[in-house]
Ligand binder design. Structure first.
Ligand SMILES: [Zn+2]
Ligand SMILES: [Zn+2]
Length: 126
């Protein structure tokens, strides 16, 4: 994986983790109720994307409530990641890392995650 790819993938992956973490606080959800997936190029959408989904079979509406509260959750997520005291480029368990991650928390990129959330919010605000 090249450096640019790593940064993009790390930003997406970090944004995915960050949103799930924040959703637990905002919407009082349990960590194990949601899973995520991120990819730098989705074959159908043809763009970088991350998904957040319910882990309960058939879904119980958690991911849907994130979708409905996207602006609030994304805004808070961005601030939390940006303001985290860890100062580490790859983040820490408080901001980006997740014990539920199926990929050993790799790759993660804190600044890219902030930039991607910012860009997503700008799209929403238009
Ligand atoms: Zn941190
Ligand atoms: Zn992960």
């Amino acid at each position: 994986m090249g450096r640019q790819e790593y940064t993009l993938a790390g930003g997406l992956h970090g944004g995915e983790h960050g949103m799930i973490k924040m959703a637990q606080l905002e919407l009082r959800l349990d960590n194990s109720d949601m899973g995520g997936l991120s990819t730098i190029l989705h074959p159908e959408i043809r763009s970088p994307v991350w998904f957040i989904h319910d882990t309960v079979e058939g879904g119980v509406g958690f991911a849907h409530s994130i979708y409905e509260n996207f602006e609030a959750v994304a805004q808070r997520t961005m601030e939390r990641i940006e303001d985290c005291d860890c100062g580490r480029p790859v983040g820490c368990p408080a901001c980006l890392m997740s014990s539920q991650c199926g990929n050993q928390n790799e790759p993660l990129h804190r600044q890219a995650a902030v930039s991607l959330l910012q860009a997503a919010l700008e799209q929403v605000e238009k």
